[in-house]
Design a protein around this ligand. Sequence first.
Ligand code: ZN
Length: 226
Amino acid sequence: MERNKALVVLSGGQDSSTCLFWALGHFDEVRTITFSYGQKHGNEVEAARKIADIAGVGFHHVDISSIASIGKNSLTDGSMTMDREKPEHGCPNTFVPGRNLFFLSAAAVYARENGIFDLVTGVSQTDFSGYPDCRDSFIRSLNVTLNLAMDEQFVIHTPLMWLDKAQVWALADSLGVFDIVRKETVTCYNGIPGDGCGHCPACHLRNEGLKKYLSDKEAYHGQKKG
Ligand code: ZN
């Protein structure tokens, strides 16, 4: 079994794009897979395609938008207003039930088909938006399940799991792709590239992290004296 190939689940956002460039430094061959899940804006998929192109890696797009017909959420349903905050109980309505379960399961099938057993995903539980499928415990559990499901030895890599958004910016910068990630990615729930609409929850998280990173860059690169 070759272990020098990886498949990155690329959404076109800040996190998964940073993971793609991280993977380029850790594996000889990197490919990407991007999913349509019925999201209101196709801009993310186009951003993912462009970023894969910039990185010079293979890009594979899979449409699983039928998941929008079985679970209700405000990212795929235009009639719902997005929750700006995490409610006291349960998940915000921006949570797409089962998204990472579907994505990683489909990615693993595609990876296996291509002789790839290392999967990379940009989930993080540090800036936890209340999404249970971004937690480390879920990823570990799914890793075991995928191995049992296909009798293989997959490894799911989560380089951002314990990083906050400012640290993710620092990582992009240290990988030399700060400007690419800042300009070319779509994190915004309203589908606006780069710094986004500025007021949706995803923009809020991304831009707060950016502000924090830019205000004290040296601290994130261990160059601070005294
Ligand atoms: Zn936004």
